[in-house]
Design a protein around this ligand. Structure first.
Ligand code: AHR
Length: 642
């Protein structure tokens, strides 16, 4: 994270304090309870082109051609090329493909072409194809041709406006049977980075050929095949997420029962993955399949929180508990075996064949998503059927319900805003009013997962006002993390291009070339990376009603983390009294996320307008005064001498 120093703003706001002085009393002599080690995680699903056209680094869109929405006609992003005097046509052939999963292809019929008048097609990517200097792109496609004289295929990256060719290569003549062809494209050092490129496939002779699974990957995070965008992975790594809740969300459920996330269709070679219609308006390639999600967890040291299909879809249809549901319960047992089984098991062996012999760690399984929308009243029985089947062989797994159930006791509940009957998608003001929600929660009941939450102010990504709402809410989560053991903001990603977004108010924005974190993102970074392992009892009196706090301590180092949120328009002086802490060092580090107005934000063109600023002070003491600037989230790190 690059830290900029608007120290003058901070100084000016500290000098013009008007609000009544607040008192923050901290009891450092009795650490109240341990902080949940899994408190801050992330939630992700296929929405806003989070994965296809986002984290999943594939550049070609779409790379396959089924099912044909408009029989015969190619998808919008595939465009015919007829250079010079050439003549050609492209169309979907629904009956020819390289596998059962991919039964359709793009057929190219060239009636006239020569080396000076080539013909073919190009793909426009996900709102452009990003091309960078000195970069190697790895491509592949499946193809066949019935015309031996068709000759080699030229593949090239072409600038949309100028027609300049950034890089080009050839693939030898095609076979008459379906085969996979690979190629690499390398760019020169002098190239300007730009997302304004297309990927062209050209031939120089008449004839016919069929193509599908046309793919191009830039360098991925840690150079993993079928991997992830490095800039987005780096942003996630900076969050230090303790868990990943996946694959949904509504994406898990599907609009209709037959469109749920069917994990068995998402594993193995890409040529065997059909993809599926996802609920957020577009088709998923399922290149981001179960194994990719698990390796994502492994890469970022996140616990997988595996959500499994419960037999309920968004159109409010359901599968009856009992024998009808049993195949879905079995799918979940198989899925757990795929994740955790050793290679002597059927599905553990499949995972090994898919390239990952080592079993993954799994401790959390959530049954369904937002089941309070199901009018049938069958969740209780469906949950119990899953719960009993899973616990029979996997007692160690924590089973999470998406609403309270009576027939068995879930280990955890994915809590929701009971009044709104949804996950916690709120305004900042609503969060300010509910900061004490968990202070009085029943400590004898199941633990709490806050599986989706966000202050939805600002678009496409949220603004500083939202970050203040988020931070206020997180002080409440932190102070109660004996019961709130996991929390994940959502949605995580948005592709900011026109028509790419289905959900306004997201954490991280990106286009084909670059990405940025919203103020809410930086609030998450601040909270998750400045967290002790003990909650200290603290009370706040007086001050403005938009002042919030939480205090944690690191048992090993003795460091105190004071989180202060001032969501008001005035600087807020606070008398801080730390009882029971001896040998407090005067030097403290202060990290501030602040701005002039709640509408201040970051964007793809101004990505670092609101970022954390680190300053230092030397007035920490058992009792000292500190002023929090207006519209500010601050963390004070206070050390104690051993
Ligand atoms: O996060 C967006 C959607 O909000 C999720 O898919 C769903 O669970 C919730 O309603």
């Amino acid at each position: 994270m690059r830290l900029v120093l608007p120290a003058l703003i901070l100084l000016a706001s500290t000098l013009t304090a008007h609000a009544q002085t607040a008192t923050l009393s901290i009891d450092a002599s009795h650490p109240a309870t341990p902080v949940s080690p899994t408190l801050y995680g992330i939630m992700s699903e296929e929405i806003n082109h989070a994965w296809d056209g986002g984290l999943y680094a594939e550049l070609v869109n779409p790379r396959t051609f089924q099912p044909p929405r408009r029989p015969g006609r190619p998808p919008n992003n595939w465009i015919l090329v007829e250079h010079g005097a050439s003549s050609a046509a492209i169309a979907i052939d629904p009956a020819s493909g390289p596998s059962t999963a991919l039964p359709a292809s793009l057929k190219l019929d060239v009636t006239s072409a020569d080396p000076h008048s080539t013909a073919g097609f190009f793909n426009t990517g996900y709102w452009g194809i990003a091309v960078r200097p000195s970069t190697t792109y790895r491509g592949s496609f499946y193809a066949k041709s019935d015309t031996p004289a068709l000759g080699a295929i030229t593949v090239r990256l072409v600038q949309n406006q100028t027609g300049a060719v950034a890089t080009s290569t050839t693939v030898l003549a095609l076979d008459s049977a379906w085969k996979q062809y690979t190629f690499t494209l390398k760019t020169a050092p002098a190239l300007q980075p730009s997302a304004n490129y297309r990927l062209e496939f050209l031939v120089a002779h008449p004839g016919s050929a069929w193509f599908t699974l046309l793919s191009l990957f830039p360098p991925t995070w840690h150079d993993q095949p079928n991997g992830f965008r490095p800039d987005l992975m780096d942003k996630l790594a900076a969050l230090h997420p303790k868990f990943l809740r996946f694959p949904g969300g509504n994406y898990l459920e599907g609009q209709h029962l037959n469109e749920h996330f069917d994990w068995k269709q998402t594993i193995g070679p890409l040529v065997d993955r059909p993809g599926h219609q996802a609920p957020w308006m577009y088709r998923s390639t399922d290149g981001m399949g179960l194994l990719e999600m698990l390796t994502w967890c492994e890469d970022l040291h996140m616990e997988p929180l595996l959500a499994v299909f419960s037999g309920y879809a968004l159109d409010q249809t359901h599968i009856n508990p009992g024998k009808d549901l049993q195949p879905y319960v079995q799918d979940t047992l198989d899925e757990i075996e795929y994740v955790t089984g050793d290679t002597s098991t059927k599905w553990g062996a499949q995972r090994a064949r898919d390239g990952h012999p080592a079993a993954f760690h799994l401790h959390y399984v959530e049954i369904g998503n937002e089941e309070y929308h199901d009018p049938s009243g069958t969740y209780d029985a469906r949950f119990a059927q899953f719960y009993k089947a899973i616990k029979q062989d996997h007692q160690q797994l924590q089973i999470i319900a998406t609403r309270p159930v009576a027939s068995v006791r879930p280990d955890m509940i994915d809590d929701n805003d009971h009044e709104a009957n949804r996950h916690f998608y709120r305004t900042a003001t609503q969060f300010f009013h509910d900061v004490h929600r968990y202070d009085t929660y029943d400590r004898t009941g199941p633990k709490i997962l806050v599986g989706e939450w966000a202050t939805r102010e600002g678009t496409p990504t949220t603004n500083l006002g939202a970050a203040l709402g988020d931070a206020a809410w997180m002080t409440g989560l932190e102070r109660n993390s004996d019961i709130v053991v996991m929390a994940s903001y959502a949605p995580l990603f948005v592709n900011v291009n026109p028509f790419a977004m289905q959900w306004e108010g997201d954490l991280i924005g990106f286009d084909a070339l670059s990405s940025y974190g919203s103020p809410s993102y930086y609030a998450q970074v601040l909270f998750s990376t400045h967290l002790g392992d003990q909650i200290l009892a603290s009370t706040l009196t007086a001050g403005n009603p938009r002042l919030f706090e939480s205090v944690t301590a690191d048992a090993k180092t003795g460091r105190l983390y004071l989180k202060l949120v001032n969501a008001s328009s005035e600087p807020q002086p606070i008398d801080i009294k730390i009882q029971g802490a001896t040998r407090i060092r005067p030097a403290m580090t202060i990290t501030t996320l602040a701005g002039a107005t709640t509408k201040d934000t970051n964007s793809i063109t101004n990505p670092k307008h609101i970022v954390p600023v680190v300053t230092h002070a030397t007035n920490a003491a058992p009792t000292f005064r500190h002023t929090v600037p207006k519209y500010a989230i601050q963390v004070l790190e206070i050390d104690r001498a051993p």
